[in-house]
Design a protein around this ligand. Structure first.
Ligand SMILES: *Cc1c(COP(=O)(O)O)cnc(C)c1O
Length: 454
């Protein structure tokens, strides 16, 4: 097909998928259930009712293969969706590779990342349930920005606890959340018991996603009119993100190509699941054979060095216990620049998919990642967020391998956000002050000590 040579592969608005895809329906075994944090008995949907509206709880536990996207959500998605699929001709040329490299670009959204794909439906279902305020955590600030935007559309107040290290490093993210109308706190804060406990241990605490989650959950749990929203990890979040992969399948069909390899960065796992799950369905049901690989930071390697066991989603131990690859809920990763990848656990559904052998994972140091990010910017013209540079580094590695072997592999990744608010990180890289942190087995073992024994 001649259009295979196009740089940008677009869908019309009328071609946007109208359903999300639930991989659980097609797996040989279901993922293990969440457990009550005190009794260790599997929890029912009602246990989540203090924090989430029933529509989202039902999506959390559903085994239906497809879930309809509400018309109101589709209408908002069309502010930036369908997102473009790019063929990276100029990067290919610079690498001299016979591989065909594609990237699905989610940086065109209002927040500049894939996060609004779930923030909008989450705000919508909460609005429908009569909720007028949402609390949440944010790392680098992308999730907080997405929820602030979605809250503004539905007239819902949004209060955000931002990980201290990012709050200090990325003031423009805080300002953007405030433009969308959110209230932003540096975490740990004095506003919650969880925050006060951490500040008592260390008044200069740089925070972690686990602590920020504890603070946001604590506030939401105390007030029936307030709910909590999570930007990754949970089944319903991964479900909402599958619009990325569903669109990509249609875009590949348009140009008559198909990926041999999908590579994605994994923090909590939502952009990775969003792109890859529809392709895993094609592997399981339609005879396709795409290799799926997650890339995580060497400083926070939950899949490659964590243990698969029940752990809390937050540091204070308030969430249900989830079976996942975890470094321990007390683990505080080094303050690397990919703030969105600094979570101690991996989505339970991705952990299960990993255990089933339907994907694999590698870890990458940040210097290699930023080198890839700079090469990508200088060829394709988009400055990537620090998180997807992890996937780009692996894509570039594989493309170079193809040059050696002469293989014409088709490589696909999610360019899940732009790095316009992360230029200080690029500055540190270009200025030579960025370092790779060595993560010792001792510090992993220490954090795993406090994980419940079940
Ligand atoms: C939040 C975020 C991530 C990490 O979260 P996942 O759930 O793993 O996708 C990665 N990249 C960007 C751009 C993000 O905003």
């Amino acid at each position: 097909m001649t259009s295979r040579a196009d740089h940008k592969i677009l869908l019309d608005e009328s071609e946007m998928p109208t359903q999300w895809y639930n991989l659980i329906a097609d797996l040989p075994t279901p993922p293990p259930p969440p457990l009550h944090p005190g009794t260790h008995v599997p929890i029912g949907p009602e246990a989540l009712a203090p924090l989430f509206p029933m529509d989202l709880i039902m999506q959390e536990v559903t085994t239906d293969r497809y879930v309809d996207i509400p018309q109101e959500v589709q209408d908002i998605y069309k502010l930036w969706r369908p997102s473009p699929l790019f063929r990276a001709h100029r990067l290919e040329k610079a690498l001299g590779t016979p591989a065909r490299i594609y990237y699905k670009y989610e940086g065109v959204s209002p927040a500049g990342s894939h996060k609004p794909n779930t923030a909008v439906p989450q705000a919508y279902y909460n609005y429908k349930a009569g909720i007028r305020k949402l609390t949440t955590e944010t790392g680098a600030g992308q999730w907080g920005t997405a929820l602030a935007f979605a809250g503004a559309l539905f007239g819902i107040d949004v209060e955000v606890w931002q990980v201290g290290a990012s709050y200090d490093q990325k003031p423009y993210r805080r300002m953007m959340m405030e433009v969308f109308g959110a209230i932003v706190h540096r975490s740990p804060s004095m506003l919650t018991q969880a925050g006060r406990n951490q500040l008592a241990l260390n008044p200069n605490h740089t925070g972690s996603l686990g602590i920020a989650i504890s603070e946001a959950v604590e506030v939401a749990a105390q007030d029936p009119a307030v709910n909590y929203a999570l930007g990754s990890v949970l089944n319903h979040v991964l479900l909402h993100q599958t619009i990325i992969g569903e669109e990509a399948l249609r875009q590949f069909a348009k140009v008559g190509d198909y990926p041999d390899v999908i590579v994605g960065c994994t923090g909590g796992g939502s952009n990775f699941a969003g792109l890859s799950f529809p392709f895993i369905r094609e592997n399981l049901k339609n005879g396709k054979n795409t290799k799926i690989r997650g890339v995580e930071p060497a400083s926070c390697p939950s899949l490659t060095r964590g243990e698969y066991r029940y752990d809390f989603g937050d540091t204070a131990g308030m969430t249900p216990l989830m079976k996942m690859h975890t470094l321990g809920h007390d683990f505080v990763p080094d303050p690397i620049h990919a703030g969105g990848l600094r979570y101690h656990g991996m989505a339970p559904l991705i952990s299960h998919v990993y255990e089933l052998g339907l994907m694999d994972a590698v870890a990458m140091g940040q210097l290699d990642c930023f080198a890839a990010g700079v090469q990508f910017a200088r060829t394709e013209g988009i400055v990537p967020a620090p998180e997807p540079t992890h996937a780009l580094a692996e894509i570039i590695r594989q493309a170079k391998e193809c040059k050696e072997t002469g293989e014409e592999k088709v490589l696909l990744t999610a360019l899940c956000g732009h790095g316009h608010f992360d230029l200080a990180a690029y500055d540190a890289f270009l200025g030579g002050t960025m370092i790779d942190h060595e993560l010792s087995q001792d510090s992993i073992n220490a954090a795993l000590e406090t994980v419940p024994r079940i």
